[in-house]
Design a binder for this molecule. Sequence first.
Ligand SMILES: *Cc1c(COP(=O)(O)O)cnc(C)c1O
Length: 429
Amino acid sequence: MSTPAATPYWGPDFDALAAFDPDIAGVVIDELDRLRNGLQLIASENFTSPAVLAALGSTLSNKYAEGYPGRRYYGGCEVVDRAEEIGIARGKELFGADHVNLQPHSGASANLAAYGAFMQPGDTLLGMALPHGGHLTHGTKVSFSGKWFNAVQYGVRPDTEHIDYDQVRDLAREHRPKVIVCGGSAIPRLIDFAAFREIADEVGAILMVDAAHFIGLVAGKAIPSPVPYADVVTFTTHKVLRGPRGGAIVCKAEHAKAIDKAAFPMMQGGPLMHAVAAKAVNLKECLQPEYQVYARQVIANAQALTEGLAAEGLRPVAGGTDTHLALLDLKETGVTGADAEKRCDAAGIVLNKNAIPFDPQPASIASGIRVGSPAVTTQGMIETDMKSIASLIGTAIRDADGSRTAEVAAGVRELVGAHPAYPEPKRAG
Ligand SMILES: *Cc1c(COP(=O)(O)O)cnc(C)c1O
């Protein structure tokens, strides 16, 4: 077996990848093509900037930096320390936070660290049920959150499909949880953080806000911030926020030590310093005035898309959206979430089937779809484009025999052609 000659390498070099490994270079190009040619409506996805991608593809990936800036277990950390210090300072400024930890590798890791900071195995966690819009890590049986903790679950009211704050209070009084977590993956409406704070105070619980989905809207000052209310806020950096794939935690000063110790060494080993640097780049992007314009447009687009879908006969769960995502109930169309996802996918519209509250279908079929506006807004699309997207989705969903797939696909090509997500990749050979 021959090994490639070691060449000095300073950063992203696609030609080097293409020359050495055409298989993986082909994957990278095909994925770029897929992103460029389809409508990306998965509510948890976005298009990162070239600046963020450059930091991700840098030699900072080589460095072991267990610990925190100025307190590392390895030598040679003085350079990467700067990336983490700059990122933390930007995070504090952006969120008005006492303390920031940028090391969690993902949103699930950030949640594990936050639980680990405040709970022992067997302690009680009160979180939102997954089928009502919560997250796997908020107490489902298949996740550590439901296996290691005594998980109690709240949901939404059947009449309004908004969070049932009376149920949250009743369950908190009955079960006296150590941690109450709010936030989720399919909550279109704003969350009343003050109501959660009041309930947490009444029962002496820690209030954790999992802002994975909507933290970008907070960063862009388009919706109220949970930071003044919560003991700890966890989030992902790759959803509306538009940074690298990863997690982060902000908390009150009194919890700083516990959170840092839980992130490392309790939960993780060495931080991914290239990802930490990319998070710092993203936080600088979020501090620019343009980012606030982006965040407001994300919401305006989600609302326009939701209205358009309602006109197509899809019922918006909870009556609409205040955020970047909407959940649509398809029951009246007679099409399942799974079939809708497949029919849209065939025409280049990428979205996901999603359980709706009190869904009669199993999660693998589901009665709803979830759509989000972060990626198409990054592409520069506006409300009129959302109306076109809604009509394409409506056509695709009702098209049982696939006879209109080509027509919908042509509409998709027109939209993404006018607003390319990334420049066209150059092909080798
Ligand atoms: C996406 C998400 C997570 C998990 O993030 P990963 O990076 O996929 O681990 C956690 N909580 C909520 C509410 C999410 O939406």
